[in-house]
Design a protein around this ligand. Structure first.
Ligand code: BES
Ligand code: ZN
Ligand code: ZN
Length: 499
C-alpha cells in the first residue's frame, strides 16, 4: 500500500472510499466534511441525526453515494471531544478508516487531512500520524500461512490524503515521508518479534544485522562465543551455556560523515526465554519468543537511520542468546563475571535479561557514548504495575530522561518514569559476589535497574522496560494488531531526530 498526498478537491476525487471526520456533538459539519455534505445534498447531516452519530472517538458512519460524487462511499469517523483531541487521535482515526476500507473491499481511499482544520494540528504532524496509523493498521504477519490465509483479507492499494491548499499539501507530503519511514521500521521490528523462535535464533538475528550492514553508512561486527570469551563476557556467556544455539553478540554502527553526538542503543536479545533451570510454567512461556523485542527495536532503528541522514553516530548493541535448561545450563547459586570485572550471583536463572545486559552495557561504555538507552522486556513486575500499554522508564540522568519522555510523547508511545531508588540497593547485596540478580519479587523492575546501573560506568543512561507494550495479546489500539508491536522504534527515532 502506498500513502500519498494530492492537491485537489475531496468531493471531486474518485475512490472506493472517501473518509472524513467530525468532532463529538457537531450537528452541522463545516470544512471539508461540510463540503462533502453539500455535494451529497445534505445527506450526511440527515444521517448524523437519524443514525444518532455523535462523533464519539472511533464511531463510524458509512454512506453509499449512488453517483452523487465520484467516490463510491463516504465514511465519517468520530474524533471524540475536541478538548481531548491529540495527534494520537489522528493516528487512530486513520487506522479506523483503513480497516473499514478493507472491510468493504475498497482498493483506493481518498481522505481528508484529519485534525489539520479545527483540530489545530500542523499539517506535517497530522499527515505523519495518518501515514503511521494507516500503515501500521495494514500490518499482517502472514508469512507462515498458506495462500488461503493470505488472501482472506482485502488490501488497499492507495491511500491518498487530499488537500486543497497547495502549501498545506506540501507540508503534509513531508509528514507522510517521515511517517512512512517510522511505520516501516516499526513493522520490520514486528516481523522479527513475530517470527517463531526456532526460526529467529541468535544466528538469524545476526544475519539480519549483516543484511542491514549492506546499506551504505551502516556496518556490523558479529562476535561469537570465542570472541566474547576473550572480552571477558562471562555474564552473557553464562546465560548462553544452556542453549544448543550459538550465542551472537551484535554491534551495529551508523556513522555519518559529520556527527554531533555518539549514542548507544542496546536491546535485550533473548530469542526464547524458557526461564532456564528456574523454568517458567506453560502459561508464562507461551509468548517468550518476544523476549528479543528490545533487539528488534534496535534493528528497526538501524533500518531507518540511513534514510534519515542524521548527523548522529549511533551504535546498536545486542547480546543475543536463548535461555534454556540443559545439562550445560547455568545454575542458581552460580557466580558469573561481566566484562567490567563485576560479579553477579545467580539466584534465579529466569532473571537472565539483566545478566546479558550487564555485558551489553559494559561493552557500550567502552565506545565512550554521550548517551546510552537500553530497551528490554525485562520484568513481569513492570507489567504488574503499569499494564500492557506503558513502558517503565528509569535512568540516572534527568536531561536524558526528559529527552526520552518528550520523544515518546511525540511518537505516541507511552512511557512512565519509575525511581532508581538507591534505598533498595541492599536488596541485591550478595554474600558471595558483588551483587545478586534478584532481590525479591517486590519492586523487581527497580531492583533490576539498580543492577543495570552497576554496568553503565556513570554514563548518561535510560532504561526502558518494555515487557508490557512490546507484545499485544489482543488488538487494544486500532493500529496495533495481536503479537509484536514494534514498541520503542518510533520513540528512538524521534529522540534521534530531536538531537
Ligand atoms: N522475559 C522475562 C520478563 C517478561 C515477563 C517479559 C512477561 C514479558 C512478559 C524475564 O526474563 C523474566 O523472566 N523475569 C522474571 C524475573 C524474576 C525471576 C525476578 C519475572 O519478571 O518473572
Ligand atoms: Zn526470564
Ligand atoms: Zn527474559
Amino acid at each position: 500500500m502506498k500513502v500519498s498526498v494530492k492537491v485537489g478537491d475531496l468531493t471531486k476525487t474518485p475512490a472506493g472510499l472517501l473518509t472524513t471526520s467530525l468532532f463529538e456533538d457537531v450537528k452541522n459539519p463545516g470544512g471539508a466534511t461540510g463540503a462533502v455534505d453539500t455535494a451529497l445534498k445534505g445527506l450526511l447531516t440527515e444521517l448524523i441525526k437519524e443514525e444518532h452519530f455523535e462523533g464519539k472517538e472511533g464511531q463510524v458512519l458509512l454512506v453509499q453515494t449512488h453517483g452523487k460524487i465520484p467516490a463510491k462511499r463516504v465514511l465519517l469517523v468520530g474524533l471524540g471531544k475536541q478538548e481531548r483531541f491529540s495527534v494520537e487521535t489522528i493516528r487512530k482515526t486513520a487506522a479506523v478508516s483503513l480497516k473499514k476500507a478493507k472491510e468493504v473491499a475498497a482498493k483506493t481511499v481518498a481522505s481528508v487531512l484529519h485534525g489539520a482544520g479545527t483540530g489545530g494540528i500542523k499539517p506535517e504532524q497530522a499527515a505523519e500520524a495518518m501515514a503511521e496509523g494507516v500503515l501500521l493498521a495494514s500490518y499482517q504477519f502472514s508469512k507462515h500461512k498458506g495462500t488461503d490465509g493470505k488472501d482472506a483479507e482485502h488490501s488497499v492499494s492507495d491511500f491518498a490524503i487530499i488537500e486543497q491548499d497547495a502549501k498545506k499539501a506540501h507540508a503534509a507530503t513531508r509528514g507522510v515521508v517521515e511517517g512512512t519511514i517510522d511505520a516501516q521500521a516499526t513493522m520490520y521490528a514486528r516481523d522479527l518479534v513475530n517470527e517463531p523462535p526456532s526460526y529467529l535464533t541468535p544466528t538469524a538475528l545476526a544475519e539480519e544485522a549483516k543484511k542491514l550492514a549492506k546499506i551504505p553508512g551502516v556496518s556490523a561486527i558479529i562476535l561469537d562465543r570465542k570472541d566474547c570469551e576473550k572480552l571477558g563476557m562471562g555474564a552473557f556467556l553464562g546465560v548462553a551455556k544452556g542453549s544448543d544455539e550459538p550465542p551472537k553478540f551484535i554491534h551495529l554502527r551508523y556513522k555519518p560523515a559529520k556527527s554531533r553526538q555518539r549514542v548507544v542503543i542496546i536491546g535485550k536479545g533473548i530469542t526464547f526465554d524458557s526461564g532456564g533451570l528456574s523454568i517458567k510454567d506453560r502459561k508464562g512461556m507461551i509468548t517468550m519468543k518476544m523476549d528479543m523485542a528490545g533487539a528488534s527495536a534496535v534493528l528497526g532503528v538501524f533500518s531507518a537511520l540511513p534514510k534519515l541522514k542524521l548527523p548522529i553516530e549511533v551504535h546498536g548493541i545486542i547480546a543475543s542468546t536463548e535461555n534454556m535448561p540443559s545439562g550445560q545450563a547455568y545454575k542458581p547459586g552460580d557466580v558469573v563475571k561481566a566484562m567490567n570485572g563485576k560479579t553477579i550471583e545467580v539466584i534465579d536463572t529466569d532473571a537472565e535479561g539483566r545478566i546479558t545486559l550487564a555485558d551489553a552495557l559494559s561493552y557500550g561504555v567502552t565506545l565512550k557514548p554521550d548517551a546510552m538507552i537500553d530497551l528490554a522486556t525485562l520484568t513481569g513486575s513492570v507489567v504488574a504495575g503499569l499494564g500492557d500499554l506503558y513502558a517503565g522508564m528509569i535512568g540516572n540522568n534527568r536531561f536524558l530522561l526528559d529527552q526520552v519522555k518528550t520523544a515518546a510523547k511525540d511518537a505516541g508511545e507511552h512511557v512512565w518514569e519509575l525511581p532508581l531508588a538507591q534505598e533498595y540497593k541492599d536488596l541485591i547485596k550478595s554474600h558471595v559476589a558483588d551483587m545478586k540478580n534478584v532481590g525479591g519479587r517486590e519492586g523487581d523492575v527497580i531492583n533490576a535497574s539498580l543492577l543495570l546501573e552497576e554496568f553503565v560506568g556513570g554514563k548518561p543512561w535510560v532504561h526502558l522496560d518494555i515487557a508490557g507494550p512490546a507484545w499485544a495479546d489482543k488488538p487494544t489500539v486500532s493500529y496495533i494488531s495481536e503479537g509484536g508491536t514494534g514498541f520503542g522504534v518510533r520513540t528512538l527515532l524521534h529522540y534521534l531526530r530531536a538531537l
